[in-house]
Design a protein around this ligand. Structure first.
Ligand SMILES: Nc1ncnc2c1ncn2[C@@H]1O[C@H](COP(=O)(O)OP(=O)(O)OP(=O)(O)O)[C@@H](O)[C@H]1O
Length: 281
């Protein structure tokens, strides 16, 4: 049976002040997918999420989020979407507990036990004033606020950048569980490729506003190769192979299935960090 998409972005373009930020980008998320969005600073990741949520309007293309249009989201859909923005959030003058009380009141599906578990896990004390929290602690609170109602779709813009490795590891594991258990989907941007490799089911690589690659992490390990050529010249390649990057004697290909590659001096699997570096020489 065909699954229904939780988020569908089709041919999205966006310009800011004459600069094209997104160039016909398409991306679809189905239940159970944890998609790590990877791209350099300014590649368009935050803009993509903001367009998905209707905070920013695309110049052209179609967006469907929980099968609705982002500019006319129903209350039901809003209560099933979680979002953590890159910028720090408000709640100045509140304690952690007060902020959570207020936030909780908007979500009938709020799971209090889950909230308490995460408060403890992140070491957050309900009595602490929000303005006294460190950046990482604020990020933890924002994550609890976005996840404790078990949203169907979770969009996280660099959610773990300020968390310590232990908190990151716990949170990432929960993220994956949430998606698998409840048939949710998660789209998260991160520059930490090792996190992405550990928890994402898919990677979406954005370069200069275009989707360069959207693959299952496991497939990526199987079918991507880093090749050192004997010369700078690109050899004739089997038609099933797609060139992702070529500079000097270095070649990055997708679609590798053991075919012989002419002029290859070495042909090695590639991890996400290497891939990222090779595609941004
Ligand atoms: N509201 C805006 N007005 C003008 N330019 C904008 C606006 N929002 C984003 N941009 C520009 O669009 C480009 C993409 O920005 P975006 O924040 O989407 O990138 P990003 O991939 O999320 O980057 P980072 O990894 O640094 O967060 C940048 O050049 C940015 O300056």
């Amino acid at each position: 049976m065909e699954q229904k998409a939780l988020l569908e972005l089709r041919n999205i373009t966006k310009q800011f002040d004459g600069q094209t930020v997104l160039k016909g980008l398409s991306l679809t998320l189905y239940p159970g997918m944890v998609v790590g969005l990877l791209g350099t600073n300014g590649a368009g990741k935050s803009t993509l999420m903001r367009i998905a949520l209707g905070i920013v309007t695309a110049d052209s293309g179609d967006v469907r989020i929980l099968d609705e249009s982002p500019d006319r989201l129903s209350a039901k859909a809003k209560a099933a979407i979680g979002y953590v923005a890159q910028q720090p959030f408000g709640y100045e003058g509140f304690t952690v507990a007060q902020a959570l009380n207020l936030h909780r009141s908007f979500y009938p599906e709020w799971d209090l036990a889950l909230e308490q578990e995460w408060l403890q896990r992140f070491g957050l004390d309900g009595k602490t004033a929000v303005q006294k929290l460190s950046i990482g602690q604020r990020q933890s609170l924002a994550l609890i606020m976005s996840m404790a109602y078990r949203p169907k779709l979770l969009l996280l813009d660099e959610p773990v950048a300020s968390l310590d490795p232990l908190a990151r590891r716990h949170f990432m594991a929960d993220l994956f569980e949430l998606a698998l258990e409840s048939g949710s989907a998660v789209l998260f941007s991160s520059h930490i490729t090792s996190d992405l490799e550990r928890v994402a089911s898919h990677v979406a690589l954005v370069k200069e506003g275009e989707l360069l690659l959207m693959r299952e992490i496991d497939e990526l390990r199987e079918h991507l190769r880093l090749i050192t050529l004997a010369t700078d010249e690109l050899p004739a390649l089997p038609p099933s192979i797609q060139v992702l990057g070529h500079h000097g004697r270095t070649l990055v290909i997708d679609g590798y299935q053991g075919q012989p590659i002419a002029q290859a001096q070495s042909c090695l699997p590639i991890n996400l960090e290497q891939l990222f570096m090779e595609l941004h020489p």
